[in-house]
Design a protein around this ligand. Sequence first.
Ligand code: SF4
Length: 337
Amino acid sequence: MGGKKLNLAVDMNGCPNRCLHCWLGHMPNRKMEEGSDRFIVGFFSPYFDQIAYYSWLREPDYCDDYEERWKRDLEISRNAVPERFELASFYRIVRDENYIPFLRSVGVKKVQLTFFGLESTQDRYVGRKGAYQEVVRATELLISGGIVPRWQCFINEENREEIVQLFRMAKEIRRERCPGLEFFVHEGSCDGENRKLYPIRIEKHHIPDELKEVFLNYDRILSEAECCRMLTDDSSSPVFRIGNEITLNVSNGFDVYYNFTHMTEPWKIGNLKTDEPDKLVRDILSGNTPALNATNRCAWSELTHEYGDPSSDRVFSLDDYKMYLFNEYLIRRMPGQ
Ligand code: SF4
């Protein structure tokens, strides 16, 4: 397909974590069978000139043969090079001494590590005992291995004071060992598992003053009440653009989704094993999914009236709030979410 680029993110190995904020939604771990990668690239090759193949959708480098795996991703991609995105596996950083040298060898200069709070909060949010100690240890190992860590913190009503303490810890590490250590805080989207945290979403007037300078896009965040005011007279419908670069998430059962939001039934485009390629590619390009076919039955004003809370001080970006409203509609109106 002239001029179109396809990025494929395939859940070939799963993830060791079960984060309470996971925007993709929790899925069972299942190692995909040998040859799945070539089958998937082959499926799309007649239709796309450029294909970047990623053998991970959740935790990068979770498989033991991550080095071979990376080479294979490069090899089977077509006229495109997959990126590293400053992401890595903290699970592997603390278990495999060859991993940081590997990251450096493929050009990684920064790695993002995610925090939800101090020890017991972090362990509970990641879903594994020891997760807090692992990210702290991963920070040290990255610094001594010549890679700059970036701490990203998800804040909510429950953990806001702990995030302040993490910021103070980060400042100490900057002073003592790593002046370049990056730190930022954000509220997160409201898809996947994170939807379930809506009741404890951070309220605008509860954002600690100390964190405002490191809060992502602080000047542009809105309360839910402000979002409702902006949308209450908006008669337009949700629009999802399928441009010249398409990114697809592929589950370990070969189900295909756009990367707009979580991977649930209304968002499923089809299945690589059971659907006929011409039809599936047509559906991808035209947006033929139950969710996208429902957009013209919705107007923002109606969704806001029905599902918005005009008295809420919970924090959103406008786009995340729109996705929250539209998914609320799908959950209530469409079975299988
Ligand atoms: S957020 Fe990332 S690390 Fe956490 S469960 Fe989801 S995919 Fe795994």
